[in-house]
Design a protein around this ligand. Structure first.
Ligand code: C5P
Length: 309
């Protein structure tokens, strides 16, 4: 593919259908066995080429004020990493249109980094293969490789080693987005504080989760979901327990903290029930906003260029 002067990439949020966490490694990370699913809640990253070496970022949309625009922004780090590794002699202006909650346990920052890798690969004509992009993604964060591939996948190591998992049909999710975020390191730390570490087993994916995904039945999936980080997230934000219970009382098949939280996720039996649940949650006053999305969906993808005359 030839380079383009402007590219927009759409990249999904992730949820963890199972998240099993082992004891911390010497490098501080926790070994994981997780099943990721990409859901149809997206950030769009537009990259415009610059003829100097600058990398700039502007953030617009629902959560714009919560996102840093300095060098700590993961999308900026992604662009700079590609620039440095491949001696790129151009820069980029990035515009992130955010729909995914920030620090919400849905990989919002990671997916912006994944989108930026895909966008800059095209913008700068680097022609890196998906495998090369995945290798670079690993240096940016544990969830970034999954955001590139999307669909449903098993995550091993610290979450960065992804392999696709078979999943049938479409599942209907509702998300209750809380006020404020939760720091992922703080949630892992709280988990370590709660558990007698010598007794923590190696992380494992529950076989019933994999068979539930193959069945395509939401009721079967509902009883196979699990998240080791849930109790830690709830001890840092106890009020989230009421949100989870409210969703169950309104007919959700399952209610769980998303990743490290504080977003609460609910599995609905079908799309109509997902709408009903979303309306009830929105009216409950228990959360900042409510979103609905189906999964699985693909990872970061270039959008077709707008047609111009
Ligand atoms: O990989 P990433 O930078 O997204 O991780 C953010 C933080 O979450 C890490 O610095 C670490 O504190 C925690 N983490 C962990 N074990 C993992 C993934 C993340 O302890 N497998």
């Amino acid at each position: 593919m030839p380079p383009q002067a402007q590219v927009t990439v759409r990249s999904p949020a992730k949820i963890n259908l199972g998240l099993s966490v082992g004891p911390p490694r010497p490098d501080g990370y926790h070994p994981l066995a997780t099943v990721y699913q990409a859901v149809a809640l997206y950030d769009d990253v537009t990259a415009t080429v610059r003829d100097d070496l600058e990398v700039t970022v502007e953030v617009v949309g629902d959560f714009a004020v919560d996102v840093p625009t300095d060098d700590s922004n993961l999308a900026v780090r992604a662009a700079r990493l590609l620039q440095a590794e491949f001696d790129v002699e151009e820069g980029v202006d990035l515009t992130i249109r955010k729909t995914i909650p920030v620090a919400g346990g849905m990989a919002g920052g990671s997916t912006d980094a994944a989108a930026t890798l895909v966008a800059c690969n095209r913008l700068w004509g680097l022609q890196l293969s998906p495998a090369e992009l995945e290798r670079i993604a690993t240096d940016l964060g544990s969830d970034v490789p999954f955001c590139l591939v999307g669909h449903t996948a098993l995550g091993r190591g610290r979450g960065e080693q992804v392999t696709e998992v078979m999943s049938r049909g479409t599942f209907h999710w509702v998300f209750a987005i809380a006020d404020g975020g939760l720091s992922t390191p703080a949630v892992f730390k709280e988990l370590d504080r709660q558990r007698p570490l010598r007794r923590v087993e190696a992380p494992e994916v529950r076989p019933e989760l994999l068979s539930a995904l193959l069945s395509g039945q939401p009721a079967t999936l509902a009883v196979a979901l699990s998240n080791d980080l849930q109790s830690a997230a709830l001890s840092l934000r106890p009020e989230l327990a009421s949100t989870l219970q409210f969703g169950l009382d309104q007919g959700a098949l399952a209610a769980m903290i998303s990743g490290s939280g504080p977003t609460c996720l609910f599995l609905a039996a079908d799309s109509r029930r997902a709408v009903d649940l979303a309306v009830e949650l929105a009216e409950s006053g228990l959360c900042r906003m409510v979103r609905q999305a189906e999964g699985p969906v693909p990872g970061a993808r270039i959008l077709p260029a707008p047609i111009s005359r």
